[in-house]
Design a protein around this ligand. Sequence first.
Ligand code: FE
Length: 147
Amino acid sequence: MTRTDDGNEEEQMGKIERTETEWRELLSPEQYSVLREAATERPWAGQYVDAHDDGTYTCAGCGAELFDSNTKFESGSGWPSFSEAKVADVVELVVDRSHGMIRTEARCQRCGSHLGHVFDDGPTSTGQRFCMNSVALGFVPVVLGWR
Ligand code: FE
């Protein structure tokens, strides 16, 4: 891992930096294309679209805790959807002008990986719909009695 003079500051913010070689070793090809190249998985294909277990969804790139299962809702979009991030600022929002659209891209604040997009048509009080790729997520189920 390379470290610049700004390394200490980055470290304090909990940022994770990896080289492209390290990312390719860490991730599956499908994960790499989504997390590092901002691809989108096919709708209804991801393993978490219809998941209902209690737990925490994490970043597949670094393990950061991103979403609580109790904010997951049925969006009908074919991608796992959440009304809000688990902790403020853990998901970074970036303007995305690719594919002839202006969208809001969601990235992991800690490792910079692409997660999906955020839309302002959510059905809950937050008004937000975090439309995520399953391959960008991990899941840590609640252990009974630990919540
Ligand atoms: Fe991450």
